[in-house]
Design a protein around this ligand. Sequence first.
Ligand code: ADP
Ligand code: MG
Length: 502
Amino acid sequence: MGRAVVVVAAVAAASACAAAAVLVGRRVRSRGKWERMLRVLKELEEGCDTPVWRLKQVVDAVAVEMHAGLASEGGSKIRMLLTFVDNLPSGKEKGTYYALDLGGTYFRVMQVQLGGHRSSILAHEVERYPIPEHLLISRSEGLFDFIASVFKQFVERNKNGYECSLDKRRDLGFTFSFPVKQTTVSSGILMKWTKGFAIEDMVGREVAECLQEALIKKGINIRVAALVNDTVGTLALGHYHDADTVAAVVFGTGTNACYLERTDAIIKCQGLLTTSGCMVVNMEWGNFWSSHLPRTMYDVELDADSPNPNYQGFEKMISGMYLGEIVRRIILRMSLESDFFGTISSKLSTPFILRTPLMAALCEDNSPDLVEVARVLKDILEVPDVPLKVRKLLVDVCDVVTRRAARLAAAGIVGILKKIGRDGNGGIASGRRSRDDTKMRTVVAVEGSLYTNYLMFRDYLNEAVVEILGEEVAQHVTLKVMDDGSGIGAALVVASNSLRES
Ligand code: ADP
Ligand code: MG
């Protein structure tokens, strides 16, 4: 072999080795990236773990905090607010009533016709409008003018039996899903905003009065006869259909719960007298906190960046406003750990861009190629061409976040049952008994689109209730969906009060 040939062969061998080294290096780096992604997922799974023993700790903590909140004003992060609703609808309510329901995302207007016996809602009209985002941070006049004009248009469209120039006074129930210090069933002061609302001039003001003024300004002759929390409306509708309904929970933009309490257990209001000996207590459980809650760095950062840090900690792990945002933060972290997502898009860095219904769509994508996941990544987060194996990982991320939320929500519900002795460990105090006559039948009314529209959330929640209570006790506990309960229930509270006044 000539010298020149040997040199060429040596150069070729060297470059082949170099190419192989580059390839191996790339593979190692790629494996490294992939392993880092897996590590992020593993850490997340560990951080969000909710074995049944931990859920039971949360149950106990909820029950303890409920006691503390009832014992003294400010005694707990759960406010346990009086509602002055001491009688729930019985079924005898009759007539036509209106309700306005201001949620976190939607404003709903409704008209309800009641037939005079249980479950006899003869007709109801509901119209739903997204709340224009600029109104969440405007002045109170802007918000209430919007509410009054939408109501006026609704009345004009559904004129059956109603006239705008009223000779007969009509009554209206107002569902206002924010913490209110109630002074009567129809009046109360806004304590603090939640769920992205920040209309500063409203805090400390009479809520029903603001609405009443806006209605008068629009020439609408109607009395705001009840101011109720959305959970209270849901409980009222639940009880109207089924007298064993003792509590209500809402999983929508935010989350909250209420239940029927004995007045003598509301120690902070000694001497509180009601005809029934009971009152509905609005827990404001969104602000519940316990060291037993499984918290991750994403929750800590989300809270720190929120307009209300150290507030609504439970809500921030559970409700529709936040679940998509938690997932966005995890995807952002994954994109920083690897280049599977290309250069980081500005969309991926935009808070709240991944709304919870989109996150649910990722989680529920059953197509073999995860086309919906690819679509959301490309269209919403502007990260195209994410490999299939990474898309699969993202589905797991959504699943972990959804499952934790639903299981904590279930622990909250069982916490209420524990407080009122319906978790299988309490005594049998009163109430109708189920067939085997050993345990009371217990119904919890549920409302909110996170629960009604997101099947996986609902399934995980229902499953966890059974897991915590055990099959035997769980047989006596029913979660019943009350569609539009928050609004219809407000109309029912008005009807029930006017029945008692007449
Ligand atoms: P509000 O909170 O205004 O009373 P809803 O009870 O309808 O209204 O809840 C709306 C919230 O529910 C949305 O902001 C969203 O977070 C969540 N949501 C609605 N549809 C879905 C869905 N299909 N999957 C997951 N979450 C959903
Ligand atoms: Mg609502």
